[in-house]
Ligand binder design. Structure first.
Ligand code: MN
Length: 739
């Protein structure tokens, strides 16, 4: 079949619906401009490049496209191939023509990228570029149709790539726009290039069956004509063959046998009005037995691409099965060229691109979803996700449900109230708790049917759960549920990981013979912060729990640090030993004035718990590795120790050369100025107070305060305590021992 046209063919097509001279002037100008720019360029077939543009204009004229669209069709490759600029077209024609050519060029450039990895990303970009204006899609489809018709001149590899892209991008959109003729031709061409063997096999099957089929159809036609004539109904009747591609799909995708495909024998009845359609159906059903479940009323409930028709399948007397389609002439036009038939160019009616786009979005709800999808959210997300939502949720939507306010929500087969909720709004999905369908509360897993009125109940304190992933059907809902759960898991996980980390750390401490509490105290100690290298202990547990770090790693470091400390102690001891110093100095060499009886050389230090001062009865406690600790003899911390206690004494019980810290606790009857009196007494004795902590005992008149002061020796301390005791309202005074 020849797909070569000349410009006169375009003009004669235009004559069918264009009469204004200025329209022809514009189109002729575009034709001449294109001829000049593409001069010297040839297609792979060897013909002048301009043939492609004439063919595209011819296809567009066949769809009764407006003069602007025809112009843009003629010029659609000038920016891409002829170094023509947007401004060139704008100044020679109009901004609108330039805009269309520019948009088509962007889609073309995207199609030229050929990398498997980028396919989804690329397809997404093509859809987004096309969603901007319906005319861009129409021009692109005409362009692709001619390229597919002339694909034989490309290399095999390129043929397959283009055919694949056509099936994935262009045929679904042609189908959704109801451009049935273009869609069918494209599909058949794709099959021819992608699976020639099957294409030829089906073509042959059709051919051998043709005569047989023709006879049966002719017989049925006669019978129906008689039936309709008798009842004085207007009609036009035609036989109809299924496309090779649709048979291929039924045979190889749905696994049916060629002979099983009923609608090979099909008749189409075109009549005048909607009422005639139903009347004709009534007479046919009254005469022939319809196959149950095969009757479809697309007049009352049009397909998303605006397709309207009555479909029924009947059994003839001889057992032959026929599919019959009944529709009006207008419906038939839409069935063949969908959106193009609906919006075909009407002269004297100003074209308003944004108005038309809006009208299309109103008539084709899916197109509104398509534009919205291409505009927002998913544009920045994963390309595969976009393609999933587009192909499954939008292109495959064929269930139409309603909100209580009557808004139509398109959903794919098997969709549930969860999908419905997400389709309304992500937030509605996230907060849904129940659904009322046609007035009755239903389980969330209920499969929705066309015509269902769905009222979603929400509660903002709840959220999706894992179970929803089994119930939701649309990619859109699934993506949002997954994202929500992922965020939740991150928060929940953190707590779990910290808990695990803590457990691992406790185990590691035990294995290394360390006390967990000591280790924590050690890590929290400011001077050990660098070992930890975390902001907090919690962060460390998190790192351990998340297995970025092992608990043993930390306990090892603690052990090493402790060993270093130990070495410092041991070195100091050695030093002391070498110096053969007397044993009354502490680790820093300060004279503590204590004699360890019977031992010359040993490191000693004062216990912090009971803070002995010269004059106190004292004992020595031999600590592990830290020499002898000096305690008061009645210190509760050593009172039960016997083996490690050795006798010690003060060198001079009245030594007043050093100030020693002590803690005392005062009990008193609370009154105004009590604390002031205590402080005054101290200052008269020239005692410096390190700190005071007062507490009033609830529901009593008593109060306690702890005083940290420095004194020279026991005698000095007794003077201080007496002075306090003499203050009115003091009940008792005692030395404090820390645990
Ligand atoms: Mn082109």
């Amino acid at each position: 079949m020849s797909y070569t046209y000349n410009f006169d063919d375009v003009i004669s097509k235009l004559n069918e619906y264009v009469s204004k001279k200025e329209s022809y002037d514009l189109i002729v100008k575009a034709y001449n401009f294109m001829l000049e720019k593409h001069d010297g360029q040839y297609r792979k077939s060897g013909e002048p490049y301009s043939n492609h543009l004439i063919a595209v204009a011819y296809i567009l004229a066949g769809l009764h496209a407006g003069p602007t669209t025809i112009c843009a069709g003629l010029l659609h490759d000038t920016i891409e191939d002829c170094a023509v600029t947007f401004q060139d077209i704008e100044s020679n024609f109009s901004t609108e023509v330039a805009y269309l050519v520019d948009a088509v060029t962007k889609v073309t450039q995207l199609s030229n990228i050929n990398k498997e990895d980028y396919l989804a990303e690329n397809h997404r970009k093509i859809f987004i570029a096309m969603a901007k204006d319906i005319r861009v899609i129409i021009i692109k489809l005409a362009d692709r149709l001619h390229n597919m018709r002339t694909l034989e001149f490309q290399k095999v590899e390129k043929q397959k790539q283009i055919a694949k892209e056509t099936l994935e991008v262009y045929t679904p959109i042609a189908h959704r726009l109801g451009l049935n003729n273009i869609k069918t031709e494209l599909e058949n061409l794709c099959l021819f290039y992608l699976n020639r063997e099957k294409y030829l096999e089906i073509e042959k099957l059709l051919h051998t069956k043709e005569e047989e089929r023709h006879d049966a159809v002719a017989k049925m036609e006669e019978k129906l004509k008689k039936l309709l004539d008798k009842n004085k109904l207007p009609y036009k009747m035609s036989g109809r063959a299924k496309s090779i591609y649709s048979i291929y799909k039924k045979m190889y995708v749905k696994g049916r046998d060629f002979s099983e495909i009923y609608d090979l024998q099909a008749l189409r009845i075109i009549t005048n009005t909607k009422t005639h359609c139903y009347e004709i159906l009534g007479y046919i059903h009254a005469t022939y037995r319809p196959i149950p479940g095969r009757f479809k009323d697309y007049i009352a409930m049009p397909k998303p691409n605006m397709y309207q028709s009555l479909h029924t399948t009947i059994i003839a007397e001889d057992g032959e099965i026929f599919e019959i389609q009944i529709r009006t002439k207008e419906m038939d036009e839409i069935a063949e060229s969908g959106v193009a038939a609906h919006w075909k160019y009407k002269e004297n009616k100003g074209y308003d691109a944004s108005k038309e786009q809006k009208e299309i979005e109103e008539k084709l709800h899916w197109f509104r979803d398509f534009v919205a999808l291409s505009d927002e959210e998913l544009q920045d997300s994963d390309a595969k996700e976009y393609m999933n939502v587009l192909t499954h949720d939008i292109f495959e939507a064929n269930v139409y449900c309603l909100t209580p306010k009557g808004r139509v929500i398109d959903l794919p087969n098997g969709a549930t109230p969860i999908d419905f909720a997400y389709k309304i709004h992500t937030q509605v999905g996230h907060t849904m708790v129940g659904a009322i369908v046609n007035g009755a509360m239903v389980p969330l897993s209920t499969v929705l049917k066309t015509g269902d009125v769905v009222d979603i109940k929400t509660n903002k304190n709840t959220g999706p759960n894992e179970g929803w992933l089994q119930i939701a059907k649309t990619s859109y809902a699934l993506n949002h549920i997954r994202k929500y759960l992922m965020k939740q898991n991150v928060a929940k996980n953190r707590d779990d990981l910290i808990l695990n980390g803590k457990t691992y750390f406790e185990i590691a401490c035990r294995d290394d013979g360390l006390s967990y509490n000591e280790c924590i105290a050690f890590l929290e100690d400011e001077k050990n912060k660098k070992i930890l290298s975390f902001e907090s202990i919690e962060d460390m547990f998190l790192a351990i729990g998340a297995r970025h770090l092992t608990a043993g790693n930390i306990t090892n470091k603690i052990k090493q640090e402790k060993k270093k400390e130990q070495q410092v102690v041991e070195t100091t001891q050695e030093l002391l030993n070498k110096q053969k110093k007397y044993n009354k100095t502490d680790l820093n060499g300060n004279n503590l004035g204590v004699i360890v009886e019977g031992i010359d050389r040993i490191a000693i230090s004062m216990a912090q718990c009971c803070s002995p001062i010269p004059g106190d009865p004292i004992v020595g406690y031999i600590s592990k590795g830290l020499g002898v600790k000096i305690h008061r003899h009645d210190c509760p911390n050593i009172i039960n120790e016997h083996k490690r206690i050795i006798a010690v004494s003060w060198e001079n019980e009245k030594d007043d050369s050093v100030l020693h810290a002590v803690s005392i606790q005062v009990k008193a009857t609370d009154r105004p100025n009590l604390l002031m009196d205590v402080i005054n007494a101290m200052s008269q004795l020239k005692i410096s107070i390190q700190s005071i902590n007062g507490t009033v005992v609830d529901n009593t008149s008593f109060c306690y305060f702890d005083l940290n002061i420095k004194v020279k020796n026991l005698e000095h301390l007794k003077t201080v305590m007496n002075a306090i005791y003499n203050i009115p309202d003091i009940i008792s005074i005692s030395r404090l021992t820390k645990n």
